[in-house]
Ligand binder design. Structure first.
Ligand code: ADP
Length: 246
């Protein structure tokens, strides 16, 4: 598999504490990957590095065919390069309809200020309908987002990220707070998205990770402790120790 994202020997220290410690791994084009690990393992810091929010003290973060260094780009340039991040709490505009939220997301493709250059068009209405359908909200286009369920808000936010046409989506704990039915739909959605985009899911919920049925990377103390199928990593005595020893 061709690497879309390659993290090579990165380390980050906060006041002398190594939150990320010589971390290396790759994410392939159109790969679905789960990153798990106990609290403090470095999962958030990893996403902060990839999106340019935190700079590593050492190492390389390489992107795309030309292995461009993401460390030379700011947050906005990284978003423009095709990396979208979904935080745990949905941040949709509750007073606006689903269509309006998606239209706004389309109006700001890849980075701030592009909204100033954007004009709505018939194409954008069609794209909004397409995006809503992609995330299972085709029936809810004219509903105010504040009326949606928690799960539907999460899907809307994923749709807003898709409006920016990312090649890699980083998704933080998508299943948190969802009903069982919503979690099942989210699994299906993420699996389907990974047919066209690379999707990295940071997740605590092992049931959910099992349903994703993808390669799993276990982080511990800022490094990769184990990698492989969920069954493979959860049979690893070091992984068992880390989880039981919490
Ligand atoms: P996770 O997301 O896996 O729970 P984090 O990436 O949030 O882990 O944190 C990794 C470690 O780095 C933790 O011990 C955390 O306390 C520490 N850390 C993260 N960000 C900062 C910061 N800005 N300043 C100091 N310590 C931090």
């Amino acid at each position: 598999m061709t690497a879309l994202l390659e993290v090579r020997g990165i380390s980050v220290s906060f006041d002398g504490f190594r939150a990320i410690n010589n971390l290396s791994f790759e994410i392939g084009e159109c790969e679905l990957r789960a990153i798990i690990g106990p609290n403090g393992a470095g999962k958030t810091t990893f996403m902060d590095i990839v999106t340019g929010k935190t700079r590593p003290n050492e190492g390389q973060v390489l992107w795309g065919e030309g292995s461009k260094s993401l460390l030379r780009m700011n947050e906005s340039q990284i978003a423009q390069a095709g990396i979208g991040r979904k935080f745990q709490r949905p941040t949709v505009f509750e007073d606006q309809t689903v269509a309006e939220n998606l239209t706004m997301a389309l109006s700001a493709p890849r980075g701030p200020f592009s909204v100033l250059r954007w004009r709505p068009s018939a194409d954008s209405a069609a794209r909004v309908a397409e995006l809503a359908a992609e995330v299972g909200l085709a029936e809810h286009l004219s509903r105010k987002s504040g009326e949606l369920s928690h799960g539907q808000k999460q899907w809307l936010e994923i749709g807003m990220l898709l409006a920016q046409d990312p090649r890699l989506l980083l998704v933080d704990e998508p299943a948190a707070g969802m009903t069982l039915a919503e979690r099942e739909q989210t699994t299906t959605l993420l699996r389907r998205l990974s047919e066209k985009h690379a999707v990295v899911v940071v997740e605590h919920d092992m049931d959910f990770v099992r349903r994703l049925d993808c390669k799993v990377t276990v982080l511990h103390e800022g490094s990769v402790l184990a990698e492989g199928s969920l069954d493979h990593v959860t049979a690893n005595p070091e992984v068992i120790e880390v989880y039981l020893g919490r």
